[in-house]
Design a protein around this ligand. Structure first.
Ligand SMILES: [Zn+2]
Length: 235
């Protein structure tokens, strides 16, 4: 799915003056969603690299909750790397990056966006007030196919939305959903292929039988590292 629109409205600040156009003509927000293993981070890195190659100032942010691969790099499942800021929230980014440095940024990439509660405010400010391009990658749904974090909240702000798909681990068809292979029930459970698998609709719906297969697979792959449990409220 991909769509775009242009708002005919003029955004007006609290003082009655139009905001935006402070540094650049117009900001942009692009959102990349999909299940795990759909290549969201790879797509994000490709776009950030492409913007950097055009001479634009780029920065990448990811959640400090996800330290599976490296704390100071965004790393794809297939090993591509890009230096990044690992932060607990987005509001601390300007502080850490420095006001001067932040204002000079043209493009900001945000990976694992479902973990940032202040995603909406950050994107709004970057695009509307600073004219920056924000490229956001994250899960649209959790393992129960419910909205995950604030990712869906920024759809009304976005220029484009791209939903990527993975391959169903059980039948090879297009996978839209993420199935959890363990019986943990908290929303935030950081893990990789040891905990999650991408599945098509049929195999998501047949979750019980899939879970049985998954548990036996999991048992035979116990050599993999244990998932990192996050202390988060069950939603
Ligand atoms: Zn399937």
């Amino acid at each position: 799915m991909s769509s775009s629109f242009k708002s005919p409205m003029t955004v007006v600040g609290g003082n009655g003056n139009p905001i935006g156009s402070i540094h650049r003509p117009s900001g942009e927000i692009h959102v990349i969603v999909g299940p795990m293993f759909a290549g969201k981070t790879t797509a994000l890195l490709r776009r950030i690299n492409s913007e950097g190659n055009k001479g634009r100032n780029v920065a990448m942010i990811k959640s400090s909750k996800d330290n599976r691969y490296a704390i100071d790099s965004v790393v794809t499942h297939d090993g591509a790397k890009f230096p990044c800021w690992a932060l607990p929230d987005l509001s601390s980014f300007i502080e850490k990056f420095g006001e001067d440095g932040y204002e000079k940024l043209d493009v900001i990439g945000i990976d694992e966006a479902q973990f940032f509660e202040d995603l909406y405010d950050f994107c709004l400010k970057a695009a509307d007030q600073y004219g920056q391009t924000v490229i956001v990658a994250g899960l649209d749904g959790d393992y129960l196919r419910k909205s995950f974090g604030s990712v869906l909240d920024i759809i009304p702000l976005a220029d484009t939305i791209t939903k990527l798909t993975a391959r169903c681990e059980l039948c090879g068809k297009r996978a839209f959903f993420t199935l959890r292979k363990t019986d943990d029930t908290q929303t935030e459970l950081i893990g990789g292929a040891d905990v999650y698998m991408p599945v098509c609709r049929q195999h998501y719906v047949n979750g019980q039988s899939v879970m049985e297969v998954a548990r036996s697979v999991l048992e035979s792959h116990k050599v993999q590292s244990d998932p990192i449990l996050m202390a988060a409220p069950v939603i």
